[in-house]
Design a binder for this molecule. Structure first.
Ligand code: OXD
Ligand code: MN
Length: 652
């Protein structure tokens, strides 16, 4: 990364920077009073900015480039202290205590929710800000038409102007983290610098972090440089910048998870997808789940759904009675991101780079997602939900009735039926309020989470919230057709994005906000990766959101989605035939187990209907979508589109 954004005096600071090394067992008492705090167990270190210069740094880091970068960033942001995080429990406790004092966190009821804390973000900072998110490649074309682009030099300069001096009076935490099992060849290392304790504690759950990561990084290992600063939490001074060519992320002015937990969307998807193309693998916005069948065989599938389409619910679903009685079990590997590589056996193997769930709270309850409810009762962070008087939490759609009063996500005294200043309903919890919970809390966490090889993927699911077009399920004819199905996915806009709710948008592979390079190149990468697989996953499209004339969902969804997945895994095992239709292979209705459900044959017919007129409109809408890519739409996508058109037009 060029250092052009640093002013002269910042270089002077770096030059007079004193670097001392503290061994991990260096006793606290040997450090200068008031400068370093320390723990016998870890490598906690600090330095002080005395108003003019960085006086001292004690940081037990053997990696030269990392040390140099921390110094540069500290010189820019001018924190009072720099603290290297070791990931220990003692560190967690100490940081929580500090944050309780300042009000950044509130301790929740430790009897009912041990290890849990509560946080609210600024009111204007409750979702990802896609319009402030940029891919900063030298050439605009490399970012493509679906990304906001900024020239790297402009981006560094703009953000540096916001970062400059923004950590005065604050501490800069250095978080070494691994996305994926520490040391796995499929994993990547990042280091996040942040002035937020909330971020440190979230990263502690969402990633594997601390000293063990530095050990793997060694003296010269590659890492993603992630700089985050809250600055003024001002939406006009907020930027989420990705520099794939520098393996660098800068995020400033936000405290919302999706913008600031830089291992998640920023590294694992935007930078991840860029690296994946370069290195020949896939970084996808996908859940990973294992389905253990009555014979005890576990089939792994990965699914891409746009935000808030129920990915977390699906990833840890509870089998409906009929399937549970048959002997089906579900194992959750991940609910949001999959990194996948072809292995020697010709299959595609996936790891979940994350170690936690950052899930949407409202609507989560013991019916919709009991495993999530059980996951968030301990060692979790609850953000922007309602704080009850007994220091537990509540959100709209919780099992418990709304409490008579509480503190809501805006920090206001709240009661049911409350109206805001415009006369609209005032929520207890923000619709995009979140829980951060360790995957290991999940009762159905897979035992493959730490397996460096990951799990072999037999099927991909693509889906979205489409009320009309897509039937319950169909299977692509082949890999190329499947890539086309993923590329033309669409869904409604959800609360996880900053913008209008309800609007339909095309969201290829659910990667529209997350693909770190030109989308048309991404499609080509998908297409060519298929050639490297002797045993490619089969590709399916599912839609749990078909509605009837009165707008009601026809399919019950949630755990009952396993009935569709059962058909999918049976297809993967060559155990069930299918009907060839213009859009793909579809189930013979009787092959979907609907025992115990109130689904009449007429409803099933509706769920599996392919309507010629609606699909003709769909084809036009796809064509409209392609226009923004001009001549760059890959030929294979246009060929698939033409072939689909021909098949639809030939329908009776
Ligand atoms: C998420 C999202 O938070 O997709 O997972 O927005
Ligand atoms: Mn997501």
């Amino acid at each position: 990364m060029k250092s052009g954004f640093l002013e002269k005096y910042e270089f002077v600071n770096i030059l007079i920077f004193q670097v001392l090394f503290l061994r991990s067992l260096w006793p606290v008492s040997r450090s200068k009073p008031g400068i370093a705090t320390g723990s016998r167990a870890g490598t906690l270190s600090a330095f002080i900015f005395d108003g003019k210069a960085l006086v001292e740094i004690m940081i037990d880091v053997k990696h030269k480039e990392l040390k140099k970068w921390v110094k540069e960033m500290a010189a820019l942001c001018k924190p009072d202290k720099v603290v290297l995080c070791d990931g220990s429990l003692a560190e967690k406790k100490r940081l929580e205590k500090e944050a309780f004092k300042t009000g950044e966190l509130i301790q929740l009821n430790q009897k009912k929710m041990p290890g849990c804390v509560y946080h609210i973000t600024a009111e204007n900072d409750v979702a990802r800000t896609e319009h402030l998110t940029f891919i900063c490649t030298k050439s605009k074309k490399d970012a493509g038409s679906t990304n906001n682009w900024m020239a790297p030099e402009d981006a560094y300069k703009k953000a540096a102007d916001i970062f400059r001096g923004s950590m005065k009076g604050r501490t800069m935490y250095v978080i070494p983290f691994s996305m994926g099992p520490v040391g796995s060849e499929s994993s990547k290392i990042g280091v996040e610098l942040t002035d937020s304790i909330y971020v440190v504690l979230n990263m502690r759950i969402m990633t594997r972090m601390g000293s063990k990561v530095l050990d793997v990084l060694g003296t010269s290992g590659e890492f993603t440089k992630c700089l985050h600063g809250k600055a003024e939490l001002d939406v006009d001074k907020r930027l989420i910048l990705h520099f794939p060519e520098d393996n660098t992320i800068w995020s400033v002015g936000s405290g919302y998870g999706g913008n600031v937990l830089l291992g998640k969307k920023c590294l694992s998807l935007r930078i991840g997808s860029y690296l994946a193309r370069k290195e020949g693998w896939l970084a996808e916005h996908m859940l990973i789940m294992g389905i253990e069948d009555p014979q005890g065989r576990t089939t792994y599938i990965a699914g891409a759904f746009p935000s808030a389409c129920g990915k977390t619910n699906l990833a840890m679903l509870v089998p409906p009675k009929a399937l549970k009685n048959k002997g089906y079990k579900i194992w959750c590997v991940g609910d949001d991101i999959a990194w996948m590589r072809a292995k020697e056996d010709g299959a595609l193997w996936a790891i979940n780079p994350e170690a936690g769930f950052f899930g949407v709270a409202p609507g989560t309850n013991m019916k919709t997602n009991p495993n999530a409810m059980l996951s968030v009762q301990k060692d979790s962070i609850h953000t922007n939900v309602l704080l009850k008087e007994d220091k537990t939490v509540w959100w709209e759609g919780h099992d418990d009735p709304a409490p008579a009063r509480g503190l809501n996500w805006r920090g206001r005294q709240w009661h049911p039926g409350m109206k805001d200043e415009n006369g609209s309903a005032e929520y207890g919890a923000h619709p995009n309020s979140r829980f951060t919970a360790p995957i290991t809390n999940c009762p159905v966490a897979s035992n493959k989470l730490e397996d460096p090889k990951g799990v072999p993927i037999s099927a991909f699911l693509f889906g979205g919230r489409r009320a009309q077009v897509a039937p319950l399920v169909y299977e692509a004819f082949n890999w190329q057709h499947g890539v086309f199905v993923g590329a033309t996915m669409a869904s409604e806009l959800t609360a996880a994005q900053y913008g209008a709710l309800g609007k339909v948008r095309r969201d290829p592979m659910a990667m529209l906000p997350f693909c770190g390079y030109n989308m048309t190149e991404y499609w080509k990468h998908w297409r060519s990766l298929g050639d490297t697989l002797m045993r490619p996953p089969r590709i399916f499209h599912v839609n749990w959101f078909n509605t009837d004339k009165s707008g009601k969902f026809i399919w019950p969804g949630f755990g009952d989605n396993l009935r569709v997945i059962e058909w999918i895994i049976r297809r993967c095992r060559y155990e069930v035939s299918a009907v060839e239709t213009p859009i793909g292979y579809m189930p013979i209705p009787s092959d979907i187990d609907i025992s115990g459900l109130d689904i009449t044959p007429a409803k099933m017919k509706q769920l599996l209907n392919v309507d010629k007129n609606i699909w003709q409109l769909e084809l036009k809408s796809q064509q409209e979508f392609f226009k923004q890519f001009g001549k760059d739409v890959p030929k294979f996508i246009l060929d698939e589109h033409k072939a689909l058109e021909k098949r639809i037009n030939a329908m009776g």
